[in-house]
Design a protein around this ligand. Sequence first.
Ligand SMILES: [Zn+2]
Length: 302
Amino acid sequence: MPDDRPEVPLPIQREVRQRCAFGCVLCGCPLYEYHHMEQFADVREHLAENLTLLCDSHHKQATNGLLPPDTITSANNSPFNVAHGVSSPFGLHFHGSEFQVVIGGNRFSCSSKTPDHSLITMPITIDDLDLLGVRSDADGRVFLHVNIFDEYNLPLLIINDNTLIYRTKIWDIAFVGKTLTIREASRKFLIEITFQPPNQILIDRARLLLNGVEIVVRKSHIFIVNSETLIVGNTVHNCSAGLQIGRNDRQLSAAFGPDPTSVIRYNLPRPDARKREVAAIARAKELSLKYGGESHDFVNPT
Ligand SMILES: [Zn+2]
């Protein structure tokens, strides 16, 4: 790219992502580049209507002249992901004898004790459904499972055995570098997840929802809105479940499980949920002052 070419402005990038349904217009791949259908050298400006999304392979074919411009135009007019409603499957790669999931500054890790002993841990599970889970096979391959829903239990992001798919009717999805970010609206994060192969993932922001339970994740803490439970600065190793809420037919032993009677099942309006979180953080700060506990830098709700 010539040095004098400015970056595509972020609002234009988002407009193009939304129009192309967050994937290569030809194959739906979630990893893509912004491609000028009429060359930038000719138009000398970034216009949303002249930009489209192409994956690495299709972008290379386009720049090498192997992909006719009218094929790209027609895919741009009818993007792959718009027709399918979901992104095309994308494979992640993990392996090893240990794995760590860092959620809101809390570490959930597991390691195999013997070569044939598989890794297994469910950092967050609600009603026997693993919102986050990790398991491995005897060959040391590690498989990540993620299930992210909206308030109506509609799955928006699924990672099943390392294969990632997302629904494309959502405000914004961006997969930049190793970080996948899904936003429900401007400044409203549903999840920000960073994949760090071979054996770690990091979640600094999330709103995890299922069956009327809401768990808020910020860089400094996890907060269960329903039970007003604040989880801060923990390290949990080799527990079959990290945070377990609701039905537990598998009888997982969990590091954290709020009293089921305190988990009232409905999603509060966002401002009320935030008020609960602000109050819980204030209480935690008061208690640490009173008892001389370690002070903690909380990321405040926005
Ligand atoms: Zn492609």
